[in-house]
Design a protein around this ligand. Sequence first.
Ligand SMILES: NC(=O)c1ccc[n+]([C@@H]2O[C@H](COP(=O)([O-])OP(=O)(O)OC[C@H]3O[C@@H](n4cnc5c(N)ncnc54)[C@H](OP(=O)(O)O)[C@@H]3O)[C@@H](O)[C@H]2O)c1
Length: 253
Amino acid sequence: MSNLAPHLSFSPSPTALQSKVILVTGAGDGIGKTAALTYASLGATVILLGRTVEKLEGVYDQIVAAGHPQPSIVPMDLAGATAQHYQGLADTINGEYGKLDGVLLNAGILGALCPFAEIKSKEYDNVMQVNVNSQFYLLQALLPLLKHNKTASVIFTSSGVGRVGRAFWGTYSISKFATEGMMQVLADEFKNSGLRFNCINPGATRTDMRAKAYPAEDALLLKTPEDIMATYTYLMADDSMGITGQSLDCQPK
Ligand SMILES: NC(=O)c1ccc[n+]([C@@H]2O[C@H](COP(=O)([O-])OP(=O)(O)OC[C@H]3O[C@@H](n4cnc5c(N)ncnc54)[C@H](OP(=O)(O)O)[C@@H]3O)[C@@H](O)[C@H]2O)c1
């Protein structure tokens, strides 16, 4: 028996996500790409949302080549998408699959790391649009579909600076606090429904975003996205039914 918390020691059955339809945002790169590949390998039909089509096509090809359920691609720039776009997406998912079992809200940008007084309003608006507002509009559009399914799981992506503010992490930190808040509001509203809402804090993970934030560190010392998948799988699988309103660390201190 492992002494680790269930989300850290979770070892899914090969069919843990079979027949589930799961939307992953930012599925073309970094943690989102690995999550999409992992979910597909466990039997899920994955809807790959992102802004760079070639990257999404690469993930699509990998999934198909591995013989996993055929995914679909949704090219969308969250910086410019409107409530109408999200409604269109919800209608398409409903028409194509008739259901939605899970959403991984993973796409995000770092923005400029600088003193608070130097944050440009355009920069602030852009980070908030991609990291926070897009999630609000997307979930408003998807909720009717999610509510049909009494066991759907919505996973938000937080950060250490979404729990404790840090100097010079400006808008990114504020956006992650807002993300934690959105998750808590939804978890409370739906607490007796079976629908669950949780946050994941990946911790330092070897991706482009991390390299941008810490250009001088040795990336080889960091966990890879593959190393942190237990929590992503646990929260998406039915094994975590009843878990809601939590913010889980993939790499607790
Ligand atoms: N890596 C870490 O150490 C770490 C730590 C704590 C939290 N996180 C969080 O984990 C999540 C994933 O981060 P990551 O490290 O995997 O970052 P990443 O490698 O930079 O990947 C981010 C993904 O989001 C997509 N994206 C960014 N802006 C978008 C937009 N406007 N529209 C659609 N898609 C967009 C990117 O698409 P393109 O590839 O097309 O740009 C990319 O696929 C983020 O929410 C991040 O805040 C990461």
